[in-house]
Design a protein around this ligand. Structure first.
Ligand code: HEM
Length: 507
């Protein structure tokens, strides 16, 4: 009897849910927004559950709906309505002009999850204040100060590729560059030499991999319930292994530096200056009293160190890997770039410094074209923070709705980039840039929430490329065969297979 009642309750619940979903699945159609083809329980996410890479999913939507003139496309995550923005003017409104209605990434954070309340996740006024405090850490002048930290890892990078050459083996460039950027960012974030170039399986790499691995159950839970509720019931976004290791490293480093008055050229040191003075110390050692008030706490330093570490290494290593992959297939472009690197270095008496890197204009174009063709963040999530009416329509995006910015769709759109599969750095000449909307290139997002570490990301990518191309010529190893599928095991766009390049010494 009990069993029959239980079955009855279960069946009625399922039927009710089905009826509710069926009604909910008309949400976008009721507003006149074209929508995908939702299925019960999964909504439109079944292809993703079956393993379709996120970038392919969003590229398909963009390419299917752009020719119809649709401004946006509705979809359902389970039964929850979400929106993919397509029209370039709508994208600009969301990211730049009306950003205050979309100033959230819509991701989980909670004070009890100490690594999560950082500038990428937090929202509203606290985000605004934190962003203002952290912005001075990423100016060109600060990048110049940190240049030596980045370039200091180049000899190890060159040595690793050299080992492949000596062993007559292809260089596993994705792996090598990931070890390089892990070393760069741990040194730049908190002054630690984690020696990934020598010991590939160290704890920092393992933390990076674990934290960047999508966990669909966690993502589902974080999407369904408000952060405050989840945090209060004890939900943990990261394993205790990550939290305790990372917290220990950062807290001990803070204590050590404060006790011994250690001064270093890294992000942690700059954050310690904010903690002590509420402002950054100027080159002459003074603090500008007018700028004071930007104090940050140890807790904030911990979560911000975590996001600098996370956001700072796989993104840049993926960008440099894609660049070498593209250059290996385009020997003329590779030769032209090597010539520029050698000429600029000659003008700088062979000194590989910050000013020399900034002077390399063709290198800049190559990196920009790489991030166009292979945007390492192919889709940017945003959350609507107040009801928003789309210009010249009756469509209202309700507060709380998740929006997707399909960066990959825009970057491969022939309207902005004719013959989009061709790798052509000249797309970034001043004349060619002037004939398309600015927003059509957005690997770092755009507007007030644009990537805070853009300058540092570009710098590490350029240092890696300039160091390697000075020494080696790269071609694609014969094991590299299209089609190249995207890795679904990480949030950052990268190929699933190893990127194997044959390297030969230039001289
Ligand atoms: C090639 C390298 C990189 C790429 C392609 C990249 C891309 C992005 C993107 C797409 C966003 C979201 C922007 C938006 O919502 O409009 C972002 C945000 C962010 N990135 Fe990066 N990033 C890179 C490197 C870095 C580095 C090296 C750091 C730190 C050292 C960093 C720190 C951040 C932070 C803190 C945010 C959050 C900003 C905010 O919400 O206010 N990124 N990045």
């Amino acid at each position: 009897m009990v069993l029959i009642i239980a079955l009855g309750v279960l069946l009625s619940t399922i039927l009710l849910y089905c009826a509710y979903s069926k009604w909910k699945f008309q949400y976008w159609a009721r507003q006149g927004v074209p929508q995908l083809n939702p299925r019960i329980f999964f909504g439109d996410t079944l292809p993703l559950v079956r393993g379709k890479p996120v970038q392919d999913f969003h590229l398909d939507i963009y390419q299917k709906f752009k020719p119809t003139g649709a401004k946006c496309v509705g979809m359902y995550n389970s039964h929850i309505p979400e929106l993919v923005a397509i029209d370039i003017n709508l994208l600009k409104d969301i990211i730049v002009k009306d950003y205050s209605s979309f100033a959230s990434h819509g991701l989980f954070y909670h004070e009890k999850n100490v690594l999560t309340p950082h500038v990428f996740n937090i929202e509203g006024q606290i985000w605004k204040e934190r962003r203002t405090k952290l912005t001075p850490l990423f100016t060109s002048a600060k990048m110049k100060q940190m240049f030596a930290t980045v370039a200091g890892k180049s000899p190890g990078l060159i040595r690793l590729v050299g080992l492949s050459v000596d062993a007559n083996k292809p260089a596993d460039i994705k792996e090598i560059l990931s070890r390089f950027t892990t070393d760069v960012i741990s040194e730049a974030a908190f002054g630690l030499d984690c020696k990934s170039l020598d010991e590939p399986d160290n704890m920092f790499r393992s933390i990076g991999r674990e934290a960047f691995k999508p966990n669909s159950i966690k993502l589902y839970i974080e999407n369904l319930f408000p952060s405050q509720f989840l945090g209060n019931i004890g939900y943990q976004a990261f394993s205790s292994r990550i939290v305790s290791y990372f917290s220990k490293v950062v807290n001990e480093t803070i204590q050590y530096r404060e006790k011994n008055n250690v001064q270093r050229n890294d992000f942690l040191q700059l954050m310690l200056q904010l903690k002590q003075h509420g402002s950054l110390v100027k080159e002459d050692g003074t603090v500008d009293v007018k700028e004071t008030g930007a104090y940050i706490t140890d807790k904030e330093i911990l979560s911000e160190s975590f996001v600098i570490f996370l956001a700072g290494h796989e993104t840049s290593s993926s960008a440099s890997t894609f660049a070498l992959f593209a250059l290996a297939q385009n020997p003329d472009i590779q030769d032209k770039l090597r010539t520029e690197i050698n000429e600029v270095l000659k003008r700088h008496d062979g000194k590989f410094g910050y000013d020399a890197i900034i002077e390399m204009e063709y290198l800049d174009k190559v990196v920009r074209e790489t991030l166009r063709k292979y945007p390492v963040a192919p889709v940017i999530p945003r959350r609507c923070t107040k009801d928003y009416k789309i210009r010249d329509t009756n469509i209202v995006i309700e507060k709380g709705t998740r929006i997707y910015i399909p960066v990959i769709g825009v970057h491969l759109d022939p309207e902005y980039y004719p013959d989009p599969d061709r790798f052509d750095p000249e797309r970034f000449s001043p004349e060619n840039k002037a004939i398309r909307p600015d927003i059509a290139w957005m690997p770092f997002g755009d507007g007030p929430r644009q990537c805070l570490g853009m300058r540092f990301g570009l710098l590490q990518t350029k240092v890696a490329l300039a160091s390697l191309l000075q020494e080696f010529k790269f071609t694609l190893n014969k094991a590299m065969k299209a089609p190249y599928t995207a890795d679904t095991g990480t949030f950052v766009y990268m190929f699933k297979q190893d990127v194997l390049l044959d390297a030969t010494r230039v001289n």
